[in-house]
Design a protein around this ligand. Structure first.
Ligand code: MRU
Length: 351
């Protein structure tokens, strides 16, 4: 399995996703500040993966702490949580992971645990978040594979693969599970301007797995659907609101509208940690606006003229009416999502 993120002695090690596929290099983060920078600069990206990174970053920061007592440790802990929370605003998995770390911290302090025990408990929780994410992806894949017919041509946008999670992937987990179940699958990977997660990362992962992969530009998907070259769409998500509206990589909305126009199912695969019942609908999801340079330059070369303004929202919202089903590790949610998502989060069955 791809080593997206691991904990090695005193460092959090990540494959540098900015360099793939031409270079397979690893970044060793020795401090929490380095982990936070790695999230902001997209060394690591993808909603579940940045949640894992934030949890490990907090554990790393607390491990380095010289705090003698719990009160001082609590001040440092809060600063670490705030630093991680300021990295990227859209993926709710980040805040979910920070909340899990906060709960463990509060429990430990509540039982009067000594500083060393608190440190160890936080490290254990970060590892649990990592391992549970891999298990969730596998379970999601098994449910999602049931939606994939044999000989399916699957269109995906961005990278919701092993690189975007602790391993295996959400949308690509569905593809992998279908392939492992013996179904013939072929993937059309949108290149995903401007960071090219599809062209660089999705294609790299799938080719390594021997899965039939074709990269297309983002503006080809409509023509491919019209030509009958697509059977279904599956994408990941950064945040799913209580009503089923889905925030995902910019361009997802256009794909969903095109899928509806062509009568194709549009599936979203995401763990429960991506479902945010506290956010009523997509209009309330904060959308990250990234630096113009990601768009104005390619490999250091300027593309756009000086003086032209640029917009670079990293995500868009797909209204729930375009979403055929949401695949989670507990089952498949169908409309009406206010009911099915609520039930699945509470432990019920979404099918
Ligand atoms: O900006 P990114 O690369 O972090 O955006 C990632 C996506 O939009 C993914 O589709 C989403 O996080 C789901 S990853 C399993």
């Amino acid at each position: 399995m791809l080593p997206t993120i691991t904990w090695e002695n005193d460092a959090v090690v990540m494959i540098d996703q900015r360099k793939l596929p031409s270079k397979e290099v690893y970044v060793r983060c020795r401090t929490a500040a380095e982990v936070a920078r790695a999230i902001t600069t997209m060394v690591i990206r993808g909603a579940p993966a940045i949640g894992v990174a934030a949890a490990m970053g907090i554990a790393l920061g607390i491990r380095a702490s010289r705090a003698a007592g719990t009160r001082q440790l609590a001040v440092e802990f809060q600063k670490l949580c705030d630093r991680m929370a300021a990295t990227r605003p859209t993926a709710v998995n980040l805040f979910w992971a920070i909340d899990r770390m906060k709960r463990v911290f509060a429990e430990q302090v509540g039982t009067g645990a000594p500083v060393d025990d608190i440190r160890q408990a936080l490290e254990r929780e970060a590892h649990r978040i990592h391992d549970e994410d891999v298990a969730s992806c596998r379970a999601m894949g098994a449910f999602g594979a049931s939606l994939v017919p044999d000989d399916a041509r699957i269109l995906t946008h961005c990278n919701a693969g092993a690189l975007a999670t602790a391993g295996y992937g959400t949308a690509l987990g569905v593809v992998r599970a279908a392939a492992e179940a013996g179904k013939r699958v072929a993937v059309l990977a949108d290149e995903t301007r401007p960071f090219l997660q599809g062209a660089r990362l999705t294609a790299w992962e799938l080719v390594r797995d021997g899965i039939d992969t074709t990269v297309i530009t983002d503006n080809m998907s409509g023509a491919m659907m019209r030509a009958g070259q697509v059977d279904l769409v599956v994408v990941g998500a950064d945040r799913i609101a209580a009503n089923g509206d889905v925030a995902n990589k910019i361009g997802t909305y256009a794909v969903a509208v095109l899928a509806r126009e062509h009568g194709l199912p549009f599936y979203v695969a995401a763990p429960l940690s991506t479902i945010d019942l506290a956010t009523p609908d997509g209009d309330h999801i904060p959308i990250e606006e990234r630096k113009a340079r990601e768009l104005t330059h390619v490999a250091g070369q300027r593309l756009t003229p000086e003086g032209a303004q640029v917009r670079n929202p990293a995500f868009d919202v797909t209204p729930h009416r375009y979403v055929t089903a949401i695949v989670t590790e507990r089952g498949i949610c169908r409309p009406p999502y206010t009911e099915s998502l609520g039930a699945i989060v509470k432990g019920g069955w979404g099918r």
